[in-house]
Design a protein around this ligand. Structure first.
Ligand code: FES
Length: 113
């Protein structure tokens, strides 16, 4: 298990990006907070592999209902990362296994595949 951050470090309904050292490299992931829950995904669009955010920690649509690619406005459901609109519709973000313990977000593992 690896500590990501405390849940209150992510304002409600927003996301926060992280760079995780893994196998000698750095991988990007992000977490979206919904109440006392958090959903963690790899920061990589399924159709091009680029990061979703243009600005730091900007991962959400204007209405806050979807994760959104800043470049092409693809929208992904928060709960499962499924793309409902955009060039990668029908594909999904890669979810990281995470859990909340004592108000902190922990990720279970990080795979390079
Ligand atoms: S990179 Fe895939 S929607 Fe923007």
């Amino acid at each position: 298990m690896r500590l990501l951050c405390r849940i209150e470090e992510i304002p409600e309904g927003t996301g926060k990006g992280f760079q995780i050292e893994n196998d000698g490299g750095v991988k990007e992931i992000f977490a979206v907070r919904v109440g006392d829950s958090a959903f963690v995904y790899r920061n990589s669009c399924p159709h091009t592999g680029i990061t979703l955010n243009w600005k730091e920690d900007q991962f959400m649509s204007f209405d806050g209902l979807y994760i959104q690619c800043s470049m092409h406005f693809a929208q992904f459901r928060i709960a499962d990362g499924y793309c409902v609109y955009g060039p990668c519709a029908g594909q999904s973000l890669r979810r990281e296994t995470a859990e909340i313990r004592d108000g902190a977000i922990w990720i279970q593992s990080y795979s390079t595949t």
